[in-house]
Write a protein that binds this ligand. Structure first.
Ligand code: IPM
Ligand code: MN
Length: 346
């Protein structure tokens, strides 16, 4: 038997509601398989910040590091100033745990309506760089609040950081039937970073000769994501472009209620973290109506990352079956969770 130590950051708003259902799916998927899940609930997020002023302490981080993986719900409420928890908690976790692959699948499941009239088959995955780019906070402002204010956000791109994420994206592309990788950037304007990314893709391609590649400027990528999303297989891109593109990808595949993600450390030097792409949705929090599907799909990614492939497949199949049949039915968070658990249990 194997023990998996899972850190759970349910967080705020609907985070706690969807995580409850995610854990239910997780427990059900491994039941009888000899895998035992031990969970540690971590009190992180807006509630803790309001009470103590703390976002993520060194002690919290040390505790997190003792685990095999992290399941995160959602962080934040309108009472916390913008940026405090984003930078102090969520991004700090991604950076400190070196989650350099922010993996965001975009799949239009059968039965799910896309806002696109004729989406075709949509099944791609975005490998969003997770530790660099404009997210590093390497910037500053002077003369703030004056007409002479200067505000800089400097995008940091290192050869080391770009190469490792590009290599991961190639490996993912090589393992997929279409074996295609699209680099998205803006090297006609962001010439320094853009050409580093372009050269890196060219160089790493030599290690993956059966993977075909193409390149799109990010603005053109948004057009194709609307007009011809079937063309994408694996997309690799920087942290900010990836943030924006994956919201668009979620929108065309049924909305952020279905969008899962993994903040992955492929080298396994620290626990990877799985979370729905959506936020804490304070407008519907506490009403038991949030869709837990994105969290359950994130649980499937978590299981896959832990090598529990069979359990991962069961969870994904349960979601696919539920989506195929849900139509316009309105169910509570708990109802969706128990329907999914029943399907996982088979
Ligand atoms: C996401 C979110 C975060 C991001 C925010 C909350 C910092 O939008 O996970 O996509 O920009 O990465
Ligand atoms: Mn985002």
């Amino acid at each position: 038997s194997r023990n998996v130590k899972l850190a759970v950051v349910a967080g705020d708003g609907i985070g706690t509601e969807v995580v409850e259902q995610g854990l239910r799916a997780l427990e059900t998927a491994v039941a009888g398989s000899g895998v035992e899940i031990t969970t540690t609930e971590l009190d992180l997020g807006a509630r803790r910040w309001h009470a103590t002023g703390e976002t993520l302490t060194d002690q919290d981080l040390a505790t997190v590091r003792e685990h095999d993986a992290i399941l995160l719900g959602a962080i934040g409420d309108p009472g916390v100033p913008s940026g405090v928890l984003e930078r102090g908690l969520l991004l700090r976790l991604r950076f400190e745990l070196d989650h350099y692959v922010n993996l965001r699948p975009a799949r239009l499941f059968p039965g799910v309506r896309s806002p696109l009239a004729d989406p075709g088959e949509v099944d791609f995955v975005v490998v969003r760089e997770g530790t660099e780019g404009p997210y590093v906070g390497n910037g500053g402002a002077i003369r703030v609040g004056t007409p002479h204010e200067v505000a800089n956000e400097v995008s940091v791109n290192t050869a080391f950081g770009v190469e490792r994420v590009v290599r991961d994206a190639f490996a993912r592309a090589a393992a997929r039937p279409r074996k295609h990788l699209t680099l998205v950037h803006k090297h006609n304007v962001l010439v320094h970073a853009g050409h580093l990314w372009r050269r890196t893709v060219e160089a790493v391609n030599a290690e993956f000769p059966d993977v075909t590649t193409d390149y799109l400027h990010v603005d053109a990528a948004t057009i194709f994501m609307t007009t011809n999303p079937s063309r994408f297989d694996v997309i690799v891109t920087d942290n900010l472009f990836g943030d924006i593109l994956t919201d668009q990808a979620a929108a065309i595949t049924g909305g952020i209620g279905l969008a899962a993600s993994g903040n992955i450390n492929p080298d396994r030097t620290s626990p990877s973290m799985f979370e729905p792409v959506h936020g804490s949705a304070p407008d519907i929090a506490g009403q038991g109506k949030a869709d837990p599907t994105a969290t359950v799909l994130s649980v499937s990614m978590l299981l896959e990352h832990l090598g529990l492939t069979e359990a991962a497949a069961k969870v994904e199949a349960a979601v696919a079956a539920d989506l195929a049949e849900r139509g316009d039915r309105v169910r509570s968070t708990a109802e969706v969770g128990s329907d999914l658990a029943a399907r996982i249990a088979g």
